[in-house]
Design a protein around this ligand. Structure first.
Ligand SMILES: Nc1ncnc2c1ncn2[C@@H]1O[C@H](COP(=O)(O)OP(=O)(O)OP(=O)(O)O)[C@@H](O)[C@H]1O
Length: 274
């Protein structure tokens, strides 16, 4: 009895395949262990055991409703008010999913950039200086220095350096998203979480944002939810494929896109479903 090569390949495929980055020798800064997330009685994340490698970009992909945002938002406890999150979220050896954690300080280290650019109705300068002042940085020279460094790292300085007093609401979508990145990095985080940061941007702004992220990974560990397969392939070293609240496959991005081990991943990345 002979099987076609396609059938043979499908037969050989697994249900789940996870290769954690520590197996490739990467230092791990963040890891979830036995993570379960519930909205009321509905379980949205059934098992989210993932490690995140330092100074690498990890993409979270998967069909709509598969739990990517729920998982991402759990990482710095943005879901605390709307969901029950069980399990461990280990940040540099500390479980930040414990009740006694200073969530405010934790979010300084694990910052987030949202899908839609959400600059404050303030000047470009004050968008960045605001959080710094709240944290006790008041010296003008220090504020100036951090505002400039953050805008440079977010690749926005050259475009706005003469307009720092102008309203951030006048920026284009791509510029506003880079301002939100500058705002997030001004408080010197360790990890940046980004939830579909390019979904509201045109192709040119998207490309600029991707270039920015590739530069930022020298300084930060980046975890990004994206619906854009090409974007995941272009910028990330690791990719996790979510489906129905589970991580079905996790591996290097090249492996996920060229040699997926799970049939559903293969179907998804080849555009056959989702
Ligand atoms: N605030 C909420 N209350 C109740 N259920 C929610 C809430 N947010 C998300 N869900 C449910 O949890 C599941 C996962 O949703 P989530 O938004 O995390 O998926 P996603 O993969 O990020 O989807 P998308 O790509 O469409 O943004 C879905 O079934 C969704 O309906």
């Amino acid at each position: 009895m002979f099987m076609s090569s396609d059938v043979q390949r499908r037969t050989a495929m697994q249900e789940r395949h996870v290769t954690q980055p520590h197996e490739a020798g990467h230092p791990i800064v963040l890891a979830t262990e036995d993570l379960h997330v519930y909205y009321g009685s509905k379980e949205a994340i059934f098992e989210g055991d993932l490690q995140f490698a330092q100074n690498q970009i990890t993409a979270l992909i998967g069909p709509s409703g598969s739990g990517k945002s729920t998982y991402l938002r759990s990482l710095n406890r943005m879901n605390d008010r709307i969901a029950t999150v069980k399990g461990r979220i280990m940040y540099r050896g500390v479980d930040i999913n414990q009740p006694d954690i200073d969530v405010y300080e934790m979010r300084r280290r694990v910052g987030m950039v949202f899908q839609r650019p959400n600059p404050f109705a303030k000047s470009i300068y004050d968008n960045i200086a605001f959080a710094l002042r709240l944290r006790g940085v008041t010296a003008k020279t220090k504020l100036d220095e951090i505002v400039e460094t953050s805008l440079r790292q977010a690749a926005l300085w050259e475009q706005v350096k003469d307009d720092l007093d102008k309203s951030a609401l006048a920026l284009s979508g791509g510029q506003a998203q880079r301002l939100c990145i500058a705002r997030a990095i001004a408080v010197k985080p360790d990890i940046l979480l980004l939830d579909e940061p390019a979904s509201a941007l045109d192709p040119v702004s998207t490309s600029q944002l991707e270039d920015t992220l590739l530069k930022l990974k020298q300084h930060y560990t980046i975890i990004i939810v994206t619906h854009n397969m090409q974007q995941a392939a272009r910028i990330s070293e690791y990719t996790a494929f979510f489906n129905q609240g589970r991580v079905l496959e996790y591996d290097t991005t090249s492996q996920i896109f060229t040699n997926p081990q799970v049939q559903v991943t293969s179907d998804y990345v080849s555009g056959n479903f989702g």
